[in-house]
Design a protein around this ligand. Sequence first.
Ligand SMILES: Nc1ncnc2c1ncn2[C@@H]1O[C@H](COP(=O)(O)OP(=O)(O)OP(=O)(O)O)[C@@H](O)[C@H]1O
Ligand SMILES: [Mg+2]
Length: 239
Amino acid sequence: MTPAPVIELRNATKSYPGGVHALREVNLTVQEGELLAVVGPSGSGKSTMLNIMGTLDKPTTGTVEVAGYDVSGLSDSRLSALRARHIGFVFQHFHLAAGRDAVDNVADGLLYAGVPLKERRRRAREALAGVRLDHRRSHTPNELSGGEKQRVAIARALVGSPRLLLADEPTGALDTASGELVMELLHELNASGTTVCVITHDNEIADSLPRRVRFRDGEIVSDTRSGVPLGPRTEGAGS
Ligand SMILES: Nc1ncnc2c1ncn2[C@@H]1O[C@H](COP(=O)(O)OP(=O)(O)OP(=O)(O)O)[C@@H](O)[C@H]1O
Ligand SMILES: [Mg+2]
C-alpha cells in the first residue's frame, strides 16, 4: 500500500499581535507510518507547529489537513471528535489529573470517544500494561516518579489507538534511563504502525530517528530522512 499523508500543512503561518511570527509559511507532509523528530532552538516555533498539527490551535493563514480532512471549516465539536479518533498527545509536563489514579487518568483519554466508563477502564488497564505500569495502576500522580508519570501520559495518549502520536519533549523532564524507556516505547508504537512526531532538544535522540525536521525562527531550515535531504521545501511557495 502506498503511504498516505496523515498531516499536511500548507503555507501555515502563525502570528501574534505585536509582530511575533511564530510560524512563517511552513510546508510539511507527514506520511503514515513515519517517525520524525522536530528540533530547533527555544522559541523557534516547534510547539506552535505541533499544536497546529494536532488541531489544538489554528494557523493564522494556510491550511491543515488531518487524515485528508481540511480542518479549517470544522466546528470545535467536530475537531474534538477528529482528535479523539486520530490523534494522541503527550505533553512535556504530563498534564495528569491530581487525585485520580493511573487507570482513571488513562481512561480520560477516551472521554470524547463515546466509550462507556467500564470499557474505558478496561482499555486503560491494557494501555498501562503496554507501558509496563501494571504494578502502579492504582497510584495517583503524586505517588509516581517522573518517568512513570510520563508513561501514564503516553498510555493516555495511546488508549484510543490514534493513528498519529504527537509528543512535545516527552523525555525533557526525565533522566537518561527513563528517557530511553520512553523512546523505546515510541519506537515500538511506530513499529506497530502508529505515526509518531516527537519534539526534542536532544540531538542524540533526533539523530536516532529516521526523519529530522529542523526549525529556526518559525521556518523549517532542513528536513532529512536518514541523512538524505527530502528535496525542495518551496513547493507551492511560488519560488
Ligand atoms: N500566545 C502567544 N502570544 C504571543 N507570542 C507567543 C504565544 N505563544 C508563543 N509565542 C511566541 O511564538 C514563538 C514560538 O513559540 P513556541 O512555543 O512554538 O516555541 P518552541 O520552539 O516550542 O520553544 P521551546 O523549545 O522553548 O518550547 C516564541 O517566540 C513565543 O514567544
Ligand atoms: Mg515548545
